[in-house]
Design a binder for this molecule. Structure first.
Ligand code: M7G
Length: 319
């Protein structure tokens, strides 16, 4: 199939998003009034985001505000008389301004999690991180028992798989219960700029919790995700496989196996060497040695408030 060029695909994304936005216009929240701020969880000037712990009608909620990247499609509206300037510095050939953009170009991406649990607050709270080099024994004796008792709710995953939520966003589905998956835009992507493209492939099987569970019996599943996922993205968005990065987090936040698909140009949070495992590497490692991920020591990060950090602390790991 001939690949769509990226500009055309970008128009398509914009059109689809507009349609979707219109459909969703009767959403519960139209503004952020009546939301009480409890605490700033994180405030990152480099990533231009602000994460807040709030209360909505007495319930804990997390509000994530993120400034979005500029969109090439709206460049001419940006550089126009509708953008007003207030000079803040002038020196020789250099001048800086505070620019007020036209209203419709000022949108900020806002995410609301309500009701939020202590685990959500912890996930978005800025805190110290620590590395753990997890051997297979540590996985069996500390990590696995902890995960079994402390599973983060994955209702949102089941809602997607059961088509109760986000079914209108599905980009591709292979319905096979064993080797199939659903590919759809990740919550992190505003579905505007293709250079920020971020999709997630969620498997139908409920038996794989993480990388640790994978062996050669999962090769058909993994190859399916890799090849059908790349092809679906090429067809839908015109982004070639050579522009994509496919990887799995260890530890993931949600223990139902899924694969991240991002554009190479995206500096995605969670793509660090101590969290991301490339899908192609995983496939090759399992092909060479079926129990590779049951035998291997795996390094991952934990944060001070994570239950897993506290569990490892109790064992004296950080002494
Ligand atoms: P992860 O590796 O478990 O953890 O990835 P992370 O969230 O720390 O990266 C889960 C992925 O699912 C993330 O990229 C999330 O942004 C995405 N995600 C989470 N939720 C709750 C949703 C959701 O409700 N819808 C969609 N489409 N994506 C989600």
């Amino acid at each position: 199939m001939a690949a769509m060029n990226e500009e055309k695909a970008m128009d398509l994304v914009t059109k689809k998003r507009k349609l979707h936005d219109e459909e969703e216009s009767d959403d519960k929240f139209n503004n952020l009034g009546n939301i009480e701020i409890v605490e700033v969880l994180n405030d990152n000037s480099r990533e231009k985001c602000l994460f807040l712990h709030t209360k909505i009608s007495g319930e804990d909620a997390v509000v994530l505000m993120e400034k979005t990247p500029f969109d090439r499609n709206t460049m001419t509206q940006l550089v126009s008389e509708d953008t007003t300037l207030k000079e803040t510095l002038k020196n020789d050939i250099y001048s800086t301004y505070e620019a007020q953009l036209p209203h419709h170009l000022n949108a900020v991406k806002a995410t609301l999690i309500c009701p939020a649990t202590e685990k959500h607050l912890s996930k978005y709270r800025q805190q110290k991180t620590f590395a753990i080099c997890e051997t297979k024994e540590m996985y069996e004796n500390v990590t696995k028992p902890y995960l079994q008792e402390q599973k983060f709710s994955i209702q949102w995953v089941y809602n997607i798989l059961d088509k109760k939520s986000e079914s209108d966003r599905i980009v591709f589905e292979d319905a096979c219960p064993k080797d199939g998956f659903i590919l759809l835009p990740d919550m992190k992507w505003n579905r505007k700029e293709l250079s920020q493209l971020y999709l997630v492939a969620i498997v139908h099987t409920r038996e794989v919790l993480s990388l640790r569970d994978l062996n050669h019996t999962h090769l058909p599943l993994l190859n399916n995700i890799l090849h059908k996922g790349m092809e679906a993205i090429r067809k839908e968005f015109g982004v070639k496989p050579s522009k994509l990065r496919m990887y799995v987090h260890y530890q993931p936040s949600y223990h139902h196996f899924h694969v991240h698909f991002t554009h190479l140009a995206l500096d995605a949070p969670g793509f660090e060497a101590d969290r991301a495992h490339l899908l192609q590497d995983i496939i090759e490692n399992i092909t060479i040695k079926s129990d590779y991920y049951q035998q291997k020591s795996i390094v991952f990060k934990v944060r001070e408030c994570d239950g897993l950090y506290l569990k490892y602390k109790e064992t004296g790991y950080f002494d």
